[in-house]
Design a binder for this molecule. Structure first.
Ligand code: IPM
Ligand code: MN
Length: 346
């Protein structure tokens, strides 16, 4: 019989509340013959204050044993900025080689967008997750002096680009419109830019059905706001991807519904799924947080593990629930969870 062995990291702030609902929906939707096992980990601000640790080698050994990881949110104002981001989130992405950072954007019916005229938004950004300027490749010379020099060198390997580009082509190939855009800045960043462009062109020969285009990142921000319906799949580097996916979330309903996957496609290490929103300490513990982004992250997790029909059922449930909420008084985290459980089981 089948099983799903999940590492659960509720984390800080609203992480606890939204993950609880995500797990309810997961149990409700899983077929009877799939045995769900979960193990909770206490990473986050509390553990950092108690032990000074963010994520140890021993923690990684434990996490490795799971099929996937569900994360709520890590971060708290009591911890200096950057400590948990680098020590936990980036460490996990690098250690588990999460090179495909998958961030879908779909404007669901009834969800508000700041854009005029309810455009059709349905695209996915494949953000490279282990290279670019995120590797810590740089340094400061003469720090603290008027002659300080800081470098932050973007690292781009042919190996790293090719694997994420191929993944993006495969995703484009599997979608009805079969379109893929490479977003970079190769008019200025000629070294990295041309490596990306050359590999993008070469890998494209394996996917003759996919229509491709190249777009500079600055132009992409304009098109995302003025003509978001033109996008299907976007592939880009780590930093450009960080920036345009916040914009993508903003135009497609905000971080309340944005889901993401930090994926290791080979399955060598477990992939990690998380809502794009943070820990929102200002509303933590009040039952006000919308669990939809976490629930949609659970859908990405299920799809990654091959449970496509269950993933689709969750997405339909969230979509229907959001549509039903229009004009209604705000519901609590738990009430939204109740409604979603009813929908996926009904
Ligand atoms: C994200 C976040 C992280 C990133 C930070 C918290 C390190 O902004 O997941 O997009 O820059 O990747
Ligand atoms: Mn970001």
């Amino acid at each position: 019989s089948r099983s799903l062995n999940l590492a659960v990291i509720p984390g800080d702030g609203i992480g606890q509340e939204v993950v609880a609902q995500g797990l309810r929906i997961l149990s409700a939707v899983l077929p009877q013959d799939v045995k769900l096992e979960t193990k909770e980990y206490d990473f986050g601000a509390r553990r950092y204050h108690a032990t000074g640790e963010t994520l140890t080698d021993a923690d990684l050994e434990q996490l490795k044993r799971h099929d996937a990881i569900l994360l709520g949110a890590i971060g708290d104002p009591s911890v200096p900025s950057g400590v948990l981001e680098r020590g936990f989130l980036l460490r996990l992405r690098f250690a588990f080689d999460h090179h495909v950072n998958l961030r879908p954007s779909k404007l669901l019916p009834g969800v508000e967008t700041p854009l005029a005229g309810q455009p059709e938004i349905d695209f996915v950004v494949v953000r490279e997750g282990t290279e670019g300027p995120y590797t810590g490749n740089g340094g400061t010379i003469r720090p603290g002096t008027p002659h300080a020099v800081a470098t932050e060198v973007s690292l781009n390997t042919a190996f790293g680009i090719e694997r994420v580009v191929r993944d993006a082509y495969a995703r484009a190939q599997a979608r009805p419109r079969k379109k893929l855009a490479l977003v970079h800045k190769n008019n200025v960043l000629v070294h990295a830019g041309h490596l990306w462009t050359d590999i993008f062109t070469k890998v494209g020969e394996e996917f003759p059905e996919v229509t491709t285009e190249y777009m500079h990142v600055d132009a992409a921000t304009i098109h995302l706001v003025t003509r978001p319906e033109r996008f299907d799949v976007i592939v880009t580097d780590n930093l450009f991807g960080d920036i345009i996916t916040d914009l993508a979330a903003a135009i497609s309903g905000g971080i309340g519904v944005a889901a993401s996957g930090n994926i290791n496609p080979s399955g060598e290490f477990p992939s990690m799924f998380e809502p794009v929103h943070g820990s929102a300490p200002d509303i933590a513990g009040q039952g006000k947080a919308d669990p939809s982004a976490t629930v949609l992250s659970v859908a990405l997790l299920l799809r990654h593990l091959g449970h496509e029909s269950e993933a689709a059922r969750i997405e339909e449930a969230v979509s229907a629930d959001l549509a039903e909420r229009v004009g209604e008084p705000a519901r609590t985290t738990e009430e939204i969870g109740d409604a979603l459980v009813a929908r996926v089981t009904g």
